[in-house]
Design a binder for this molecule. Structure first.
Ligand SMILES: O=C[C@H](O)COP(=O)(O)O
Length: 338
């Protein structure tokens, strides 16, 4: 991307701060009746999608102040995540401190920015209460992964109960996992019903549907599963748990965000997008943002419609920002957390 590219320069360093102000929330996606004809008609041209994505890096590069502004934007969209079996309250406390102040104050001041936070903190149910306590007064929501994450194979009533427990503990966002077998067997009614019930169990909490795209075999399946989850009322569709062999990719992203665009064109409802898993480099985050802006436009560059699910992306972004300000790269271990 050249600096003068009108599609991307609207996020100038000067307007970045404005772009980071809390946005008026759009109406939630209410969903619609399952339309099996629409689902059956969805196709994905894999080679065309892969071709487009393969050339994206060459056509999109952003430098200097513009890059810094885009990186600050990326930080505001991160669901800062820890999803490990060895998570402790201490780790979550440190993560929440980082969520409140993702960039060193002197660096932030030098970049002309104040009040920057990440989009949310994402944890397992057991850590929700700790995160909620640590984030009190910050307006940063806590997201809980739920429904037998990551495989989604625990008994159905326990999956629903888990959602209820996390909402009770204070989670404002619930990242559910879908049953991959419903997609692999083409049982769209079962996927729709499951998603619908999980959304209802979330109540006022927003629901992100994790498709685990690395296990869905084809981009056509990804497109159809995206559509069915949106019809069932998902607020966000999310690529991956971070635990599959293949997690977020650009081709999967293009497929899913085109499904979001089609859904909005036909229903008028906006659904958010969350690529997650394996996004750890600042330059990759910039590619995702460029694709979002090209395909969906500026409204999808706000935290109510775009998130990165990432445990280590923030550290690399900080390194790039420091390089932008000082001309030198600091060692990765200095940004070990996130
Ligand atoms: O939902 C978020 C992912 O689990 C984070 O994955 P990551 O650790 O590869 O960044």
């Amino acid at each position: 991307m050249r600096a003068e590219d009108p599609r991307l320069t609207t996020l100038s360093p000067e307007t970045a701060a404005t772009g980071l102000l809390p946005q008026l929330a759009h109406a939630r996606n209410p969903g619609m009746a399952l339309d099996l004809d629409w689902v059956a008609g969805v196709q994905a041209n894999t080679s065309a999608i892969e071709r487009r994505c393969a050339t994206l890096g060459g056509r999109r590069s952003v430098k200097k102040d513009w890059q810094a502004a885009w990186l600050l934007k990326a930080i505001s969209l991160i669901d800062l995540t820890t999803l490990s079996g060895d998570d402790t309250p201490g780790r979550v406390e440190r993560l929440c401190a980082k969520a409140r102040q993702p960039v060193r104050p002197d660096m932030l001041a030098a970049l002309g920015m104040t009040g920057l936070t990440v989009g949310a903190v994402c944890v397992y149910h057991d850590m929700v209460e700790t995160a909620v306590r640590c984030l009190e007064g910050s307006n940063i929501p806590v997201a809980a992964v739920s429904t037998g994450f990551p495989a989604g194979l625990s008994p159905w009533r326990l999956r629903l109960a888990e959602i209820g427990e996390s909402v009770k503990a204070g989670a404002k966002e619930i990242d559910i996992v879908i049953s991959r077998r419903h997609v692999l067997t083409g049982n769209w009614q079962a996927l729709y019903d499951e998603m619908r019930e999980m959304r209802a169990a979330c109540g006022e909490a927003h629901v992100k549907a994790i498709l685990a795209t690395g296990e869905l075999q084809t981009l056509r399946n990804v497109a159809r599963a995206s559509l069915v989850c949106m019809m069932a009322g998902a607020d966000f569709i999310k690529t991956s748990t971070g635990k599959e062999a293949v997690n977020a990719t650009l081709p999967v992203t293009l497929t899913m965000i085109r499904a979001i665009r089609d859904y909005q064109d036909r229903t008028g409802h906006k659904v958010g997008y969350k690529p997650a898993g394996g996004i750890s480099k600042a330059k990759d985050a910039l590619l995702y943002l460029a694709l979002m802006k090209d395909e969906l436009g500026a409204p999808w560059l706000q935290p109510d419609l775009m998130r990165f699910g990432a445990s280590s992306l923030l550290g690399d972004i900080e390194r790039q920002l420091e390089h932008h300000l000082t001309g030198a790269y600091s060692a990765g271990y200095r940004h070990a957390l996130a």
